[in-house]
Ligand binder design. Structure first.
Ligand code: FES
Length: 189
């Protein structure tokens, strides 16, 4: 246990180094407090100067240029803090998505209800089991048994329409709100 002293007249406790140590502690704390206030006042004008409307708008919607995404390729964009998978499907992938018997699906949904143009599939890239980001975006990624995405967390397999086909996930990958603004561009949100 550290020794403590009770300086006359204080009635309280002081650190073992005596008044000198206490004074240094006080100076240190006081300097720290000034530093924190200094940082706070440097940051605030920056935050305050941001336009709330523009900030909110940027979070609410983003434009995605599809032109560079070749058939068979995929890109991931971040929208409202979430990964969104954009896949330029091949004819084979579209065919696979469209020839499925809906009665075999855990979360039945026809392919044409999940896309606005057959060649572009856009889904939120978050597994509906416990929220991992499934693999399948990179050419070297495993895509699972149904050519879509594979979530290695607990083994969920999604097909080329982002529908759950195998594993513990209860539902299809979510299709976000979006619209085509041209033949090669979409706006999410
Ligand atoms: S989070 Fe994807 S399978 Fe569990």
């Amino acid at each position: 246990m550290a020794q403590t002293t009770h300086p006359p007249g204080t009635g309280g406790h002081a650190a073992s180094g005596g008044e000198g140590a206490s004074r240094r502690d006080f100076l240190y704390l006081a300097t720290g407090a000034v530093g924190a206030i200094g940082v706070a006042s440097a940051v605030w004008p920056f935050i305050d100067s941001m336009n709330p409307a523009a900030d909110t708008l940027a979070l609410a919607s983003i434009d995605v240029d599809l032109a560079p995404v070749q058939e068979g390729q995929a890109i991931t964009v971040t929208w409202r803090g979430k990964p969104v998978f954009v896949r330029h499907r091949t004819a084979k992938e579209i065919e696979e998505a469209r020839t499925v018997n809906l009665g075999d699906l855990r979360d039945p949904a026809a392919d044409d209800t999940r896309v606005k143009k057959p060649e572009w599939l856009i889904v939120v890239g978050i597994c509906t089991h416990l929220g991992c980001v499934p693999l399948g975006q990179k050419p070297t990624d495993p895509r699972g048994d149904y050519d879509g995405w594979f979530c290695p967390c607990h083994g969920s397999h999604y097909d080329t329409a982002g529908r759950i086909r195998k594993g513990p996930a209860p539902a299809n990958l979510v299709v976000p709100q979006y619209a085509f603004t041209s033949d090669t561009a979409v706006r999410l949100g």
